[in-house]
Design a protein around this ligand. Structure first.
Ligand code: RVK
Ligand code: MG
Ligand code: MG
Length: 316
């Protein structure tokens, strides 16, 4: 049974707001150890209840906004437009990866950013920066997996040329699409779909391990680092472990420590695409920053993306 327009629109909103909430909440603990975070926040609710003021997102959401704007405006990834969006949204204080910063500054200054992306890390970046921003691709192309796979690749290329950086983005986009389709998540089918699409032995091994996760403590074995391979499977596994709870999905990856903003941004985007905006913690939705590209803008952007999706895939 296909989802009604309202339900699906709420899932688009849930995805973008879920990403921003995960990013902003996780951003408070970036680079901290699992033990330190656990000592301060022994339970999921203590972590979720912690923010009392506006929460501010980091580069993860900032760059996802650029991807979503490009897709809403043009219906597909056009590198020139994507780079313009990245450059115009670039606010260094949001905290970017060092390679990404060098590439974005080249874009801003009209220099050859491709050369910078090729040379900064020989072989290209395998950071999680392409995966952290890819969720809008998963939403727009949720009904066309081969297009999703290619569009996710194109969305990665300006900054992430390494195959592991690209595949991390493709898998996260697919996880968003699968989440956005599910009415009641079937874990086995979810992982079978991801494993069927998966191309490298490295991700296959991680996803097989992710499929075996049974407790939140198991997540730490999957990784908590800034490399895509060490964070994308962890975020996906957290969603699959507790699909009915955004709060648990996001908190469990923050409890793993390390790259907490990005782990929680990715897990939050997949969770929000599945649960929809109404099943996100409303207090945190209300605390997302009220800046010009804050909460209201994200909701509007999700609606614009949804309208684009309806053009590509009219309701049955
Ligand atoms: C600060 C060696 C490599 C590599 C390669 C490592 C924000 C480097 C977000 C690099 C995310 C880091 C994160 C990030 C997103 C990547 N050889 N090391 N071939 N490729 N690395 O710079 O957008 O937090 O240590 O391309 O992927 O919240 O600095 O940026 O956590 O991964 O940054 O890769 O980062 P970058 P990014
Ligand atoms: Mg960040
Ligand atoms: Mg991060």
């Amino acid at each position: 049974m296909s989802l009604s327009d309202d339900v699906l629109r709420h899932r688009f909103q849930g995805c973008l707001l879920g990403l921003a909430i995960g990013d902003a909440l996780g951003g408070k603990f970036e680079a901290q150890s699992a033990e330190g975070i656990r000592a301060r926040f022994p339970t999921v609710s203590s972590l979720i209840d912690y923010p009392q003021e506006e929460i501010w997102y980091t580069d993860d959401t900032q760059m996802a906004i650029g991807v979503a704007e490009t897709l809403a405006d043009h219906g597909e990834i056009v590198e020139r437009h994507l780079c313009t969006a990245f450059a115009s949204n670039y606010v260094p204080s949001r905290g970017y990866g060092r390679g990404a910063r060098a590439v974005l500054e080249a874009m801003e200054e009209g220099r050859d950013y491709r050369q910078v992306a090729e040379q900064y890390f020989p072989g290209g970046s395998y950071g999680n920066g392409a995966a952290m921003r890819v969720a809008p691709v998963g939403l727009l192309f949720r009904d066309d997996q081969s297009r999703l796979w290619e569009q996710a690749r194109l969305s990665a290329l300006p900054t992430h040329l390494h195959p592991l950086g690209i595949e991390g983005a493709q898998l996260l986009a697919l996880a968003v699409a699968l989440g956005s389709h599910s009415q009641s998540l079937d874990r086995d089918t979810f992982f079978t779909n991801l494993l069927t699409a998966c191309q490298s032995a490295a991700y296959r091994t991680k996803l097989e391990e992710a499929a075996r996760v049974r407790t939140a403590d198991d997540l730490s074995h999957l990784g908590n680092r800034i490399e895509a391979l060490e964070s994308v499977p962890t975020a996906i596994a957290s969603f699959a472990l507790t699909p009915e709870s955004f709060e648990e999905t996001v908190s469990h990856v923050i409890f793993v420590g390390g790259d907490t903003d990005t782990l929680a941004a990715m897990a939050g985007a997949v969770s929000g695409a599945y649960l929809g905006i109404d099943r996100l913690p409303q207090r945190l939705v209300g605390l997302v920053e009220s800046s010009p590209k804050g909460r209201s803008y994200l909701l509007e952007l999700a609606d614009r993306l949804f309208a684009r999706h309806r053009q590509l895939t009219p309701a049955a």
